[in-house]
Design a protein around this ligand. Structure first.
Ligand SMILES: O=C(COP(=O)(O)O)[C@@H](O)[C@H](O)[C@H](O)COP(=O)(O)O
Length: 281
């Protein structure tokens, strides 16, 4: 028989993942992490209620946010949608030498009070401050797991030695290393970078040894089909879905785009066909 905690973790994972084991999650921590200028392309989306209402209406599986946004607008995340609360971040205003650190800005108890179904934290693998983030993640994960909550790691390889050794942080060997480190440190879900091809992303998924791997969206693509194609490759590679921010809230009309993404994630639809079906082409 499972321990109580395991039952809670499994049950809460299902708040995000459908029966096919995949999820499309909306990310909305940018006002803090990048600054409100990220919302300038469609300024009405600076209002968390306005954008969350749209993504929920479009059928999103989960929403990720920091505790303060959950306090302001968490009630827009309807009970059938998973709520992921992230407890670490940094501002873009920090001096450059401190940009490779995510600090803890909230507590597991508060995320639970706010109705979280999962708790998230970032680790910049390869950062000179990797040690701090590893400990932060360990503390958050240990406590959340004790209480039956799944923990999501944003496993982002970033640091000077990575650039020196591999040239870029998206090199599949680096992303694969971060995903493996996330799995070995006890994550229940992993969010990481696109590696540029289905073959290399498949290796990232394998390195994660059964822990679901989700794509971290990245900058908005001008042509929506370009992003749908990346998500399609992620799914074909065995990825479990995507966590998407700018590609959603920087679009004037995000609802048909989300519906097209859901077609790709949950129905393996061809990206162009999905875009056509939702009137994007
Ligand atoms: O990790 C984040 C930002 O990462 P970054 O430092 O911009 O690479 C998250 O805060 C975002 O929520 C995540 O990147 C998903 O949003 P998009 O990248 O799709 O906008």
């Amino acid at each position: 028989m499972d321990a109580y905690q395991n039952v809670g973790i499994k049950r809460r994972m299902k708040r995000f993942f459908r029966r096919d084991g995949r999820a499309l999650i909306f990310a909305m921590d940018h006002g803090f992490e990048h600054g409100p200028t990220d919302f300038e392309p469609v300024w009405e989306h600076v209002n968390p209620r306005a954008i969350i209402r749209k993504v929920v209406r479009a059928g999103i599986d989960g929403v990720m946010m920091l505790p303060g946004i959950a306090r302001i607008a968490g009630d827009e995340v309807k009970p059938n949608v998973g709520l992921m609360i992230k407890l670490t971040s940094k501002t873009n205003l920090r001096p450059k030498e401190d940009q490779l650190l995510q600090s803890q800005l909230g507590y597991v108890e508060d995320a639970i009070k706010l109705g979280a179904d999962a708790i998230a934290a970032t680790v910049y693998w390869g950062s000179p401050q990797e040690d701090v983030m590893m400990r932060q993640f360990a503390e958050i994960a240990s406590y959340a797991h004790d209480l039956g909550f799944p923990v999501v790691q944003f496993a982002y390889p970033r640091g000077p030695y990575i650039n020196e050794k591999y040239g870029k942080k998206e090199d599949y060997r680096v992303v694969m290393y971060g995903a493996r480190a996330a799995a070995e440190s006890g994550a229940d879900m992993i969010k990481t970078y696109w590696t540029g091809s289905r073959e290399t992303f498949a290796k990232v998924v394998e390195a994660a040894a059964g822990v679901p791997v989700l794509l971290s969206g990245g900058a908005k693509t001008e042509n929506p089909v370009d992003f749908l194609k990346v998500v399609w490759e992620v799914i074909e590679a065995g990825g479990s879905g995507a966590v998407v921010g700018r590609n959603i809230f920087q679009r004037e009309n995000p609802e048909p785009f989300i519906k097209a993404l859901l077609r790709v994630v949950h129905r393996n639809e061809d990206p162009e066909e999905a875009a056509k079906a939702e009137g994007l082409l």
